[in-house]
Design a protein around this ligand. Structure first.
Ligand code: GLV
Length: 318
């Protein structure tokens, strides 16, 4: 173990931190402490695994000896990566560990939303056996429907594979169109944004939160979607104008939504909770023990690669 000090600011399974502990002096932020504690102590550390707080200018300035920050997931929108770069701090993320768990959660929400599991579960517990021969109580089958993927990176590509197992056709919109070989291999078809919105029976979001994706799904977009269509968001809450989504769900502009992330997270508006055509989960895409253990190990590996081997693993601010 070297005397290089690293700080972990959130709860992570010990099994994932084994290699980190072998290489560095590791401190975990005490559970009862918050951001103020991190700001007060950060100058002691060269490495940081960030959870539960923002690495904004204030935090980066407090890290006077910091050399690397690893996000604890694929998203790094809580880290001011440009400011970190100015300060000579490497920022890395953990794309591998979250890929499968997030794709699984996407599909859990697609199935639950389209087959109306929330509505069925709630009525069976609180009211009565609903008569599913009535059209208003029926769900929507996946087979033969079109899945529209917004953001065709690794997670989007994995979701495409699952969709094909269910007999869905997959279209996608992305900043860059895939090569025709990639499209053929994945059996997916690029469409412009307007076509994605108008054509898909279910749209699933897999883009990061950036200035160009923020608020893209707004009232106008919901009006262009099929009234029978669903929207699934496991990416970032900011991609959807939440109040516009609530209005669209209340007015029947779209059929339903499956949400793992929220614009106002961790607050979830009461209006969303009251809707029967919505299923909600608490940013739990990577909420499995294996995913959390793998994230801890991948974030640890980022720190080991950079601080020990001087080679960042998944640097996002080159
Ligand atoms: O939200 C989850 C992640 O960024 O990995």
């Amino acid at each position: 173990m070297s005397n290089i000090k690293v700080l972990v600011t959130g709860r992570m399974p010990e099994a994932g931190l084994t290699e980190l502990r072998k290489n560095f002096a590791v401190t975990r932020k005490p559970e009862k402490e918050g951001r103020a504690w991190v700001l007060a102590h950060l100058s002691e550390y060269e490495g940081l695994i960030l959870m539960g707080t923002q690495a904004d200018r204030e935090l980066i300035d407090a890290g006077t000896n910091l050399k690397i920050i690893s996000a604890s997931g694929v998203g790094y929108d809580k880290i001011d990566i440009d400011y970190a770069k100015q300060k000579g701090i490497v920022v890395a993320n953990c794309p591998k560990s979250v890929l499968i768990p997030t794709a699984e959660m996407t599909f859990a929400l697609i199935l639950a939303t389209m087959r109306r599991l929330h509505f069925y579960d709630k009525t069976i517990r609180t009211e009565k056996w609903v008569d599913v021969s009535k059209p208003e109580n029926m769900g929507t089958g996946l087979q033969g429907k079109t899945l529209g993927i917004y953001g065709m990176g690794r997670i989007g590509s994995e979701v495409a594979k699952y969709a094909q197992v269910f007999g869905m056709k997959v279209i996608y919109h992305n900043r860059h169109q895939l090569s025709s070989q990639e499209e053929a291999k994945k059996n997916v078809h690029y469409v412009d944004f307007a076509t994605l919105v108008k054509t898909a029976d279910v749209i699933t979001l897999h883009a990061p939160a950036t200035p160009s994706t923020t608020g893209v799904f707004d009232a106008q977009v919901f009006k262009q979607m099929k009234k029978t269509a669903y929207i699934i968001n496991v990416a970032r809450g900011k991609l959807i104008k939440q109040n516009d989504l609530i209005a669209a769900l209340q007015n029947g502009d779209i059929a339903g939504a499956g949400l793992d992330v929220y614009e106002t997270e961790p607050e979830v508006p009461q209006a969303l909770c009251e809707l029967d055509n919505v299923i909600l989960s608490p940013h739990a895409g990577s909420g499995t023990l294996s995913a959390r253990t793998n994230i801890a190990a991948e974030a640890s590996q980022n720190l080991i690669s950079y601080l020990r081997d001087h080679k960042p693993l998944n640097q996002v601010n080159k």
